[in-house]
Design a protein around this ligand. Structure first.
Ligand code: NAD
Length: 327
């Protein structure tokens, strides 16, 4: 059976597609290779996937409903993992229409393709940012917490995707699972994320800007754990008409200063830190309660930040050394 993975040239999409291919599944990847961050990294990921015989990449914009429907219909697709999106909280402040196209029109286009194509399970990416700004009070955020209040435009579009999916599941009956990912990191990660940007600056000897005066905390989740969660959900669809939301996180939030400390150790260099206030759209903390996913799949995160960051750094040294043609 062929699985469609949208955003397959992206960070998480590449890791998901690769795991499926290693398990012997055929995968069709869809990605627009947009220039939100270095497209050379997306090309590198796509080349890695292309070394697997069962992989095919279609370079296309998901916000093209006719094309998405044709792909799903013509290949008899029954499972879709929809990860393509315009990511990034800060970028959304100045570029709202990129989010409208990829996250709203794009999600709708995938929903229409699944509805008309007879897809049996749509698994799609949501985000911990939908929970909004809440302090760490000793317990993780739960999927059924009543106050879900996004503060950034990015988060608002992700919450909108959940609502669109909910209505499509109940109107048209095809099962869907929305996954709220918590700060995903790892090899081949995203250059726009803090741990990646800090790495580049620390190694160049440039200062790093530490937002929220360093008092933020994030539930950093290693990419292999995210893949475990996604594929565990994929084979456990809700019943017809069902729409379920699951957190996928590490469930051990780490303070920003501790993350920088671990990064300095992995890099063997000290950072020059400039403390800055919180940025608009940012939240103080994230913390996943993963009991719902654990009950469904036995999900248990395996890689803590102290082990995962050195794995990222090992990869980054090869990437920075010119693996993708960079100086
Ligand atoms: P990413 O930016 O690396 O991957 C997204 C991919 O989607 C990119 O390759 C991009 O080119 C593609 N894309 C964007 N718009 C498109 C469009 N209109 N048509 C076709 N392709 C398009 O991001 P990622 O970190 O791999 O994130 C994957 C998903 O997980 C996204 O939905 C993101 O919002 C969500 N998410 C990620 C994190 C994280 O920490 N990485 C956290 C929460 C949620």
């Amino acid at each position: 059976m062929t699985v469609v993975v949208t955003g397959a040239a992206g960070f998480i999409g590449m890791h998901v597609a690769e795991r499926l291919l290693n398990e012997g599944q055929a995968v069709i990847g869809i990605d627009s290779f947009n220039a939100y961050y270095d497209p050379a990294l997306k090309r590198l990921r796509a080349r890695r996937l292309a070394t697997h015989g069962g992989f095919r990449m279609i370079e296309a914009d998901i916000a093209d409903p006719a094309l998405m429907s044709a792909i799903v219909r013509d290949h008899g697709i029954r499972q879709v993992i929809h990860l393509a999106a315009q990511a990034g909280v800060r970028y959304s402040i100045d570029n709202p229409f990129a989010y409208e196209r990829s996250n709203l029109a794009g999600h709708l286009s995938i929903l229409e393709a699944c509805r008309h194509g007879g897809v049996e399970h749509l698994v799609y990416a949501s985000s911990s940012s939908v929970y909004g700004d809440r302090p760490l009070d000793g317990r993780g955020f739960r999927e059924d917490d009543p106050a879900v209040s996004p503060v950034s435009l990015y988060a608002a579009t992700k919450r909108s995707c959940e609502l669109l999916s909910h209505s499509y599941a109940s109107l048209y009956g095809f099962p869907q699972s929305g996954l709220r990912f918590f700060t995903v990191y790892g090899p081949m990660g995203r250059p726009d994320m803090a741990y990646f940007g800090f790495t580049e600056k620390i190694m160049r000897g440039d200062p790093i800007e530490v937002y929220g005066e360093g008092r933020m905390a994030r539930d950093f989740t290693y990419v292999d754990d995210i893949v475990d969660g996604i594929l565990g959900v994929l084979v456990n669809p809700p019943t017809a008409g069902g729409h379920e939301i699951y957190n996928i996180g590490d469930s051990r939030p780490v303070g920003l200063m501790e993350m920088i400390d671990l990064l300095e150790k992995a890099l063997g260099r000290e950072a020059i830190k400039i403390m800055r206030p919180m940025q608009p759209g940012d939240v103080t903390a994230t913390y996943a309660d993963i009991s719902k996913l654990h009950a469904l799949t036995g999900y248990q995160p395996k890689v803590e930040l102290a082990d995962g960051l050195p794995r990222f750094v090992d990869w980054w040294r090869t990437w920075n050394g010119g693996a993708a043609g960079r100086p």
